[in-house]
Design a protein around this ligand. Structure first.
Ligand code: TXA
Ligand code: MG
Length: 338
């Protein structure tokens, strides 16, 4: 599927926004920055674009895509806000939109090709707040389905150069928006279930969602709870072995339990204070001052960098579990064990 034409990073100037919008409107695909991670977008209504995106990523057809919109006023163009409860939930969440939040809603089935929804009855929608994503969505004037711009199961890209590393010869234009501010994928919340349910944790936390919605929110991904098979089927991003570097990754307690150890490892610590736990060839503090938002923003770039160092293992030290720490720990649990 992948052509052998070099992919290209381009600046987010008028000329390139127009060029990329034209490509998208003719059923092509392109990469663009969002505040969470870079996306690989195509028209949600284009069978050709969506097939190409699944093929490029090597993504299983059972894993649906998030549909991106320029404004919250377009949610009703792709999703059915057909019960007072769902309408009210969406309205209550508006203070968090645009932003790093994806809403799973009943789908209007003629507004996205079945592959976007993995043939299901629901659609995930998100309104990104990154100015380049917004400018592109406005120019295109139609919903864009966009998974993270990485090969399936790999670490999501938080820089334009990460996208180029993933797809060097896909003939892809990559709009450069600099480093992603948040650095972890959006929180995905199912608003259809009797209790709204977080399907993927992110920088918008359970606590914030409960306060904004004014009702309790379930978080079946949380450590110690077992995720039901129903949830797994509905949000395959929850399945194990996602977000993985090529180098085997261990959490520090598991690493300490291993009998055969090497010093050819990269140690990732949360802050500078926690840097000296074990002997390592490379050490990276995600946030020298111990700031969780900064740690989240750095995580994927650090994993990618250490992945190029010829290490036998990447070992991750203790990360606080509150706030966005919950989402960081979720990604690390899924990156373990390759
Ligand atoms: O931050 C983000 O969400 C980024 C940027 C580009 O917007 N996108 C992203 O897309 O992370 P992707 O494809 O890598 O992850 C989408 C997640 C998957 O876990 C998928 O299972 C879930 O959203 N998802 C999509 N549609 C769904 C649906 N209808 N029901 C349940 N889960 C859904
Ligand atoms: Mg992804």
């Amino acid at each position: 599927m992948e052509s052998l034409k070099a992919s290209q990073i381009v600046p987010p100037e008028e000329q390139w926004l127009d060029e990329v919008a034209t490509i998208l409107l003719s059923g092509g695909f392109a990469a663009f920055p969002t505040e969470t991670v870079y996306g690989l977008g195509g028209l949600a209504t284009s069978t050709k674009a969506i097939a190409a995106i699944f093929s490029l990523k090597g993504r299983p057809s059972t894993n649906p895509l998030i549909v991106h919109l320029a404004s919250e006023h377009q949610i009703g163009d792709v999703a059915a806000l057909n019960t007072p409860l769902i309408r009210e939930r969406v309205e209550r969440l508006c203070p968090l939109i645009p932003g790093p939040l994806s809403l799973v809603l009943p789908a209007l089935k003629d507004r996205s090709v079945p592959a976007v929804r993995a043939d299901g009855e629901t659609v995930a929608v998100r309104i990104p707040r990154h100015p380049v994503a917004h400018a592109l969505l406005k120019r295109v004037g139609a919903p864009l389905a966009a998974p993270s711009a990485n090969r399936s199961t790999r670490v999501s890209p938080t820089l334009a150069s990460h996208v180029l590393d993933e797809f060097p010869t896909a003939g892809l234009f990559i709009l450069d928006g600099g480093p992603c501010e948040i650095g972890l994928e959006s929180t995905v919340i199912d608003l259809i279930s009797p209790t709204p349910t977080i399907l993927r944790p992110g920088s918008i936390t359970q606590e914030t969602l409960e306060a904004t919605l004014g009702e309790s929110v379930a978080a079946p991904f949380a450590q110690g709870s077992t995720v039901g098979t129903r949830e797994i089927a509905r949000s395959p991003g929850l399945t194990a072995l996602h977000y993985s570097p090529k180098t085997p990754l261990y959490r520090l307690p598991e690493w300490k339990k291993l009998e055969q150890k090497t010093a050819n490892i990269g140690l990732i610590t949360f802050s500078r204070e926690r840097a000296s736990a074990i002997l390592a060839r490379e050490t990276r503090a995600l946030s020298p001052q111990g700031n969780l938002e900064e740690a989240a923003a750095q995580l994927y770039a650090v994993l990618r960098e250490l992945d190029t160092c010829g290490l036998d293992a990447i070992v991750v030290g203790e990360i606080p579990g509150h706030g966005v720490g919950e989402a960081i720990l979720d990604r690390l649990r899924r990156a373990e064990g390759r």
